[in-house]
Design a binder for this molecule. Sequence first.
Ligand code: GUN
Ligand code: ZN
Length: 437
Amino acid sequence: LHPETLVLRGRVVTFRDNPFTCDPLLALYHEEDGAVVIRDGRIVTLGAYVDVHPDLPPDARIVHYPDSLISAGFIDTHVHYPQLPMIAAYGEQLLEWLERYTFPTESRFGDPVYAQDIARRFLTELLRCGTTTAAVFCTVHPQSVEAFFRESERLDTLMIAGKVLMDRNAPPALRDTAQGGYDDSLALIRRWHGRGRQMYAVTPRFAPTSSEGQLELAGALLAHDDTLFMQTHLAENLAEVEWVRTLFPARRSYLDVYAHAGLVRPRAILGHAIHVDEQDLTTCHHAGCALAHCPTSNLFLGSGSFRLFDALDPKRPVRVGLGTDIGAGTSLSQLQSLNEAYKVAQGTGHRLHPIQAFWLATAGGARALHLDHRIGTIAPGMEADLCILDPAATPLQALRVQSCDSISDLLFSLMMLGDDRSVRATYVAGRLVHERD
Ligand code: GUN
Ligand code: ZN
């Protein structure tokens, strides 16, 4: 008896290097008629179909996706599952948006039945968009985390999530206490961190909603275990930055509030980081933490423009991933995030090459999270989280691809015109979890 062998045949695109530090075309691995061989949830072989085919076992199951791209699944480094029902809420910038829309929505997640329903819908949507790993904010309620991890465990998706810590400047029903938040987080860590593919992130919402004491206890949780993640928001909006200055007058910068509490370290993910200075970026470079670039959200809330190419400056590169930031973001599709990331780069005097863009959404995201030994690329030994992308999903795209004469051009048309309709199928640990139509 031997395990089943699954072979995905199609146009394989993945990465062998970082396209921000070398010629993008040299960073890309591209096989026009490729084969990805999967066994026991992992990739065992990658190559040209003609080369791989003779060595396949006779009972191998071959699934052919002609004219589609086979890519590593997308990685979303910053997203809020409880905000799915309030996506596209009209008319405010960050702080008013939180008060008016976000807090009322999140207050429903003390109900485990509701939390489970939204967690299930959220994960279904993610997989429809080809996203196989995300760093996910739950709410202040431990039940919201329990519901999320249960649904993720059922699908066997590799997910990072945590209970929001918030002990001030929020409605009473959404506040914890420094000690209560610590205790609840510790219980969830013991229950879920490293169980199957689930991983825990200590999750202070942002500096204004946590007392100094709560941030210190968040640091104490992290000090127990190097493998824990940390996620929060950093310098998204100018009014928020000013508020943090008045709340923490002794700190040099917003980032320093977190650094002082021991939160800036490998596996820390800081959302947005729009209004940061050179010293902050240098601190992030040395700390090994990640910044989550969330372009659809930043444009939607009018927060400002993330300086991607400053963050990635080869003199002191900072790890950067791509985030949808639902519900401030306007799409769960990382193709849509890349569309807006391209425009934000244009507006700051830079050109985001399509190969760099797809790296950010896959291998770069994995590297940002220190998970690049497991996910983000297609290579032997990697976990088989993959998406199948159809570059001609709509009549307009079918027309456009007729004039694509290079893989770069094809990837560019896909990221500018694509969305959930572009995803023909999604595989998690070698198992089909979404199929279009
Ligand atoms: N800052 C603090 N909380 C939030 C949130 O839920 N969404 C966004 N975009 N920014 C935040
Ligand atoms: Zn956010």
